[in-house]
Design a protein around this ligand. Structure first.
Ligand code: HEM
Ligand code: 2DC
Length: 469
């Protein structure tokens, strides 16, 4: 049953030569396009070895389903080598992002209750809603300043500030004031450090961590510098909350954010709490901001759809009479628009799992411990799985035809994105407020492509125009 592993198609026999070819075609920034090409060349499954990075790649949602059903109770994804190398180098604890086995599961279950459970996530809505409202206020100010009745800009840094403000309000129950004109330079440094950390990760993906640390290359030194800033700033935020709690400056009555809850419960060692909270703070910046930027870009190019969403939101607003929680239950098209954005513009180029047992995919035997990757970007653009994939059409998620294992933007199962609920609420509330307040436009005829900087991002600045309705 099943053809042998050794007969899988693909370039896996000469890993260092493959890496050389990969480097020559600027693979470091084109992982997503190269994968699309390889699926065309080899079919729905191929094996690959680049440097030390060995994987089997699949694209079919049915195969993704088989993979996730075989992931076991301790699912593990590809361990990004420079990330673990940094922690080991500085002797810092792993958080849920990098842990494995029982230790991962224990921490993850404790944090899930605070970050993913429906009971707790209701607390996030007012915290994220006020940040969304402040962003709208900031846009109004910028429109006035422009003197042109509208504001045209590359919103990247504005959105980074919005995203960091949002995730920190949920983590720490505190506003950092990042939607004002002048902001704390340390917060801007944090934002820049997260970008630098991602950018310096991709060139080191295919090398062993031990080598990375020995070679003192500029890229490794920059990577260390970036993580150092991330940890220093997060530590400061965490210490503030810790001190307030000990001095009983924070009441244990009202909700004061994920970190307070974790500290009061005292179910994790402080170092582990700090590691996971730092990962969430860093993970909350580029992910939601870039997705929102793509969403606005797509909506700017589809004015009819934008109008439909606006009517859905207005109807939801009036029928819920100011109850935001209730309102979020009656905006299916908006939620579909976010899914659709992640189909064409996923943050993660692949999802990966080390298979726990031997499994059969596309009639090949895949032995236990093999790293299998789901080509998320390639899947989202393949006409076999999405009719007219080039069209931005949120309605496809609401129609009867199958969405089986197709909406995987946040991953799947117990190892899926820990920030998923935060991200979804943050993005829904942002788009609600923006669509209620402004018309979103962009220059026609400017096509924006995707580039890989560990996460997938636009290859050039996106200029959006926000104006009155
Ligand atoms: C993991 C996507 C926002 C924190 C992941 C994974 C994906 C993902 C695909 C891997 C899941 C898997 O392997 O099955 C996204 C997208 C986001 C987003 C598309 C927004 C649009 C966030 C935010 C946070 C966050 C806001 C922090 C609050 C994490 C963490 C993990 C993770 C800590 C690792 C979880 C673990 O290993 O147990 N994310 N993410 N993400 N994400 Fe997100
Ligand atoms: C990058 O080949 C490409 O959510 C690699 O918020 C495989 C791979 C493994 C793990 C993925 C990573 C890719 C992209 C970025 C992800 C990461 C897991 C979590 C991380 C998807 C696809 C991300 C952005 C987290 C980051 C948290 C961090 C800043 C502390």
């Amino acid at each position: 049953v099943g053809r042998p592993f050794d007969q899988l198609p693909g370039h896996w026999r000469n890993s260092w030569l493959n890496l050389y070819h990969f480097w020559k075609e600027d693979g470091f920034h084109n992982v997503h396009n190269i994968m699309v090409k390889k699926f065309q060349q080899f079919g729905p499954i191929y094996r690959e070895k680049l440097g030390t990075y060995e994987s089997v790649n699949i694209i079919d949602p049915e195969d993704a389903a088989l993979l996730f059903k075989a992931e076991g109770v301790y699912p593990e994804r590809f361990m990004v080598p420079p990330w673990t190398a940094y922690r080991d180098f500085r002797n810092k604890a792993y958080g849920v992002l990098l842990k494995s086995g029982e230790s991962w599961r224990h921490d993850r279950l404790v944090i899930n209750r605070e970050a993913l459970s429906l009971k707790m996530t209701d607390h996030f809505v007012p915290l994220l809603n006020e940040v969304g409202e402040d962003f709208v206020r900031r846009v109004h100010t910028q429109i006035q300043r422009s003197g042109q009745g509208k504001w045209t800009a590359d919103l990247s840094n504005e959105l980074f500030r919005f995203a960091l403000e949002s995730v920190c309000n949920v983590l720490y129950g505190t506003r950092l004031g990042l939607l004002q004109d002048v902001i704390d330079p340390e917060s801007q440094q944090f934002i820049d450090a997260v970008t630098l950390m991602f950018n310096t990760t991709s060139p080191m993906l295919y090398l062993p961590p031990s080598l990375l640390r020995r070679i003192n290359s500029k890229i490794w030194l920059d990577h260390v510098k970036a993580w150092d800033i991330i940890f220093k700033h997060a530590d400061k935020c965490i210490q503030n909350i810790y001190r307030d709690l000990r001095l009983k400056r924070r009441s244990d009555q009202e909700y004061t954010g994920i970190l307070s809850s974790l500290l009061l419960q005292n179910k994790l060692p402080l170092e582990d709490t700090k590691a996971s909270v730092t990962e969430m703070m860093a993970g909350g910046v580029d992910t939601t901001s870039m997705t929102l930027q793509w969403a606005m870009y797509e909506l700017a190019r589809a004015p009819g759809l934008q109008e439909q969403l606006r009517s859905e939101i207005l109807a939801a607003r009036s029928s819920s009479q100011g109850d935001v929680l209730k309102m979020l239950k009656s905006v299916p098209l908006l939620k579909a628009a976010i899914k659709e954005t992640l189909r064409l513009h996923p943050v993660a180029v692949t999802l990966q799992r080390y298979v726990a047992q031997d499994i059969i995919l596309q009639n090949y035997c895949i032995p236990a411990k093999t790293l299998v990757q789901v080509g998320l970007y390639a899947m989202g653009r393949d006409p076999r799985f999405f009719t007219k994939p080039e069209q931005f059409n949120p309605h496809r998620w609401l129609q009867a035809d199958s969405t089986y294992f197709r909406g995987l933007g946040f991953g799947f199962g117990p190892r899926q994105c820990l920030g998923r609920r935060i991200a979804e609420l943050e993005m829904q509330l942002f788009l609600i407020h923006m669509l209620e307040s402004f018309k979103i436009e962009t220059r026609r005829g400017v096509d924006i492509n995707t580039t890989f900087k560990l996460i997938l991002v636009p290859d050039k600045p996106i200029h959006l125009t926000l104006g009155p309705l």
